[in-house]
Design a binder for this molecule. Structure first.
Ligand SMILES: [Zn+2]
Length: 285
C-alpha cells in the first residue's frame, strides 16, 4: 500500500509531548516539563531509527488528517477488533452514582482468549479508571488509541452528542493523550476515532496539528445498547471479510452484551482461519 508511511517513534513522541505542553498551559508550566510521555520516554531510551513507531497514513490534500476508512483487504485473513472506551465529559456524576463505564471482565476475556485488540479510549475514561487504563496500556496484547477527551461530536448532528468547537478540537485530542500519560499508560498509538465516527473536512483540518491518523471501520457490531449477544455476534460474523475492522465498545453501561458476543465471535472466526490483529498491524500491510 504505497499511501502508507511509517514513522519513527519520535513522531509519536512529538504528538504526546504536544499534549503535555498543552496541559502545561492549563496546569502550570512545571507540569509540562515533568509530565513527559511514555512515548517520549520510549523514544528517548531507544537509539534513533532502531525502533519504528506504529504506521500512520500520509496526510491528505492540504495537510488534512488522513482517515483509515475501513479494513485493509491487503492484510489477508486478519481482523481487528476495536473497543471504544466511551465516557462523556459530563458523565462523571453518573459514574459517581455507580454507573459503570468500564468493562474489566471484557478485557479479562480478551486476555484469556489472547486476542490482540485496539482500545479507543476517551481521556475522561482514563481519568475515571486510571488503574485499568495503565494495565491495558502496559499489556502488549493491547494498544491504546485516542477517542477524544470529552466524547463530544466533531461535527453538527452526530447522534445528539454535544459538540466540540472547531478551535477546541485539537486541544480535546491532546487532553486525552495527556490523560493517558497521567494514568501511566504505555502503548499509546497516534490513532484517533471521531466520537460517533462523525467528521468533515473542517474537523480533519482542525486536527492536522495533532498528526493523528483517524480510524473508521467497515463492520458495525451493533453492540451499543444491544441486549442480544447472539444478534451482535451474528452481525459481526456476517460482516467480517479479510482485513476487516470491527467497532465494538468497552463499557458495561452502554454495551452490556459485548463480552458475551466476543465469546462467540472469537472461536468462530478462528475456526474460519482468521487471525486477530491490532489496528497498527492492519495498517502496516
Ligand atoms: Zn464512542
Amino acid at each position: 500500500m504505497t499511501t502508507y508511511v511509517r514513522i519513527l517513534a519520535t513522531t509519536t513522541a512529538a504528538v504526546a509531548v504536544l499534549g503535555a505542553t498543552l496541559a502545561g498551559c492549563a496546569d502550570g508550566a512545571g507540569k509540562a516539563v515533568t509530565s513527559g510521555s511514555s512515548a517520549a520516554r520510549a523514544a528517548a531510551t531507544s537509539s534513533p531509527g532502531a525502533v519504528k513507531g506504529p504506521p500512520t497514513l500520509a496526510p491528505g490534500p492540504g495537510g488534512l488528517t488522513p482517515v483509515f476508512k475501513r479494513g485493509n483487504p491487503a492484510a489477508g485473513k486478519t481482523v481487528a477488533l476495536t473497543f471504544d472506551a466511551d465516557m462523556t465529559a459530563d458523565q462523571g456524576t453518573r459514574a459517581a452514582r455507580g454507573e459503570r463505564f468500564d468493562n474489566p471482565s471484557l478485557i479479562a476475556l480478551l486476555r484469556r482468549l489472547e486476542v490482540p485488540s485496539t482500545v479507543f479510549m476517551t481521556g475522561r475514561w482514563a481519568e475515571e479508571y486510571p488503574t485499568q487504563a495503565k494495565a491495558i496500556g502496559e499489556d502488549p496484547l493491547f494498544e491504546i488509541a485516542n477517542h477524544s477527551y470529552s466524547h463530544y461530536a466533531f461535527t453538527a448532528d452526530c447522534y445528539g452528542l454535544p459538540r466540540v468547537g472547531e478551535t477546541k478540537m485539537n486541544e480535546d485530542v491532546q487532553r486525552a493523550f495527556t490523560a493517558f500519560d497521567e494514568a501511566g499508560a504505555r502503548n499509546v498509538v497516534p490513532y484517533f476515532r471521531f466520537p460517533g465516527g462523525c467528521y468533515d473536512d473542517a474537523a480533519l483540518r482542525a486536527l492536522a496539528p495533532s498528526k493523528v491518523t483517524a480510524v473508521q471501520w467497515d463492520v458495525v457490531s451493533g453492540d451499543a445498547f444491544a441486549t442480544d449477544a447472539e444478534a451482535v455476534a451474528q452481525q459481526v460474523l456476517e460482516g467480517v471479510k479479510p482485513g476487516s475492522l470491527v467497532v465494538m465498545h468497552c463499557t458495561r453501561s452502554a454495551a452490556p452484551v459485548t463480552e458475551d458476543a466476543v465469546q462467540q465471535i472469537v472461536p468462530e472466526l478462528r475456526k474460519q482461519g482468521y487471525r486477530f490483529v491490532k489496528v497498527s498491524e492492519l495498517m502496516s500491510h
